[in-house]
Design a protein. Structure first.
Length: 91
């Protein structure tokens, strides 16, 4: 019974990121909110993804109201970011 309960309420990271993006645009159902909250309490990578998704959404909304800053990233910063993402995926 506990195993069935855990299976019902746990999400994969793929499902969690989908719900994070969905939550930005439309309200989630009670079940979706609960499942996402449980997953975010357990998964630090998805918590980081959530923080960044919300930040980017706010930045995009602000950019529609006024000109977005011309932030440029150096080639080294981009490569380091790519390496960090690959490392986290391969864990």
């Amino acid at each position: 019974m506990l195993k069935e309960f855990i299976h019902i309420f746990t999400l994969s990271c793929k499902q969690a990121t989908y719900l994070i993006e969905k939550r930005i645009h439309v309200p989630l159902s009670v079940t979706e909110r609960m499942r996402l909250a449980i997953h975010l309490s357990l998964c630090r990578l998805c918590r980081a993804y959530n923080t960044k998704a919300v930040f980017l959404d706010r930045l995009m909304k602000r950019g529609r109201k006024k000109e977005v800053c011309n932030c440029r990233f150096g080639k080294e910063e981009v490569e380091q970011f790519k390496m960090d993402i690959k490392e986290k995926i391969n864990r």
